[in-house]
Design a protein. Structure first.
Length: 234
């Protein structure tokens, strides 16, 4: 099985404009994502709509795919160019996870290799405290670990524990090749969570539990936290 990493990143982030180029202790946020991904043995593809991002990258050992076509999500951005990615599975690493642990990526890669029939896989983590931050995604799963629903709201109601979604996906290439055939998802529009498009179209998402934490820079407050707590991440 041949797998690859894809990092979709756009310049016009709505909650934090020019997020990818924000500096964190001497490196841009996107450069830090790339550096962590390169610590795995998987080939890395950067997919972006910004020549400014391309110019900022200090690396010749990744494949940069520049595409200006409009995309409503990172998944769609990858789907637009997936025919140019030489892989059976594409692991989507978000472009706003500057401290992603390479072991978290390797864990997903191993899960895919050991469970090759799943169309989409994604990691989740148990939290005992309730958290209502809408920038952080929550998920409920069935008895077999398949995702039932993702939300920005705390779910399920009154539970003793909840699952946080860690924002990394593994896709069978065929799923992305056929992405543009999927119907518009009302749930995706409401929650602004791209994974709901698959659930709305009857495509299952298999979850697995992880002990890894994956910190995402979604807001200015997250960026400040990343800078102030840098030594705790590296």
């Amino acid at each position: 099985m041949k797998n690859a990493l894809a990092i979709p990143v756009r310049i016009n982030s709505s909650r934090l404009p020019n997020k990818a180029l924000k500096m964190i202790h001497g490196k841009t946020l996107i450069q830090r994502v790339i550096d962590q991904c390169k610590k795995t043995d998987l080939p890395v593809y950067l997919i972006t709509d910004s020549q400014e991002i391309v110019t900022s990258i200090d690396d010749d050992n990744i494949t940069v795919i520049f595409q200006e076509k409009e995309a409503e999500s990172g998944t769609e951005r990858i789907a637009n160019v997936v025919s140019n990615i030489d892989a059976d599975y594409i692991i989507n690493v978000q472009g706003d996870q500057p401290f992603i642990n390479p072991e978290a990526i390797n864990e997903m890669n191993s899960f895919i290799i050991n469970n090759p029939t799943h169309e989409i896989v994604t990691p989740i983590k148990t939290y005992t405290e309730k958290y209502s931050d809408p920038s952080k995604c929550k998920v409920v799963v069935d008895l077999y670990g398949k995702a039932i629903y993702f939300s920005r709201s705390p779910i399920p109601y009154n539970a003793e524990h909840s699952y946080g979604h860690l924002g990394m996906y593994g896709y069978k290439k065929d799923i992305l090749l056929n992405f543009h055939k999927l119907k518009t998802s009302p749930l995706e529009k409401v929650e602004k969570l791209e994974q709901l498009k698959f659930i709305d179209n009857g495509i299952s998402i298999q979850t697995y539990e992880t002990n890894h934490s994956i910190f995402s820079v979604d807001t200015q407050a997250d960026l400040v936290y990343a800078i102030e707590h840098f030594n705790e991440f590296v």
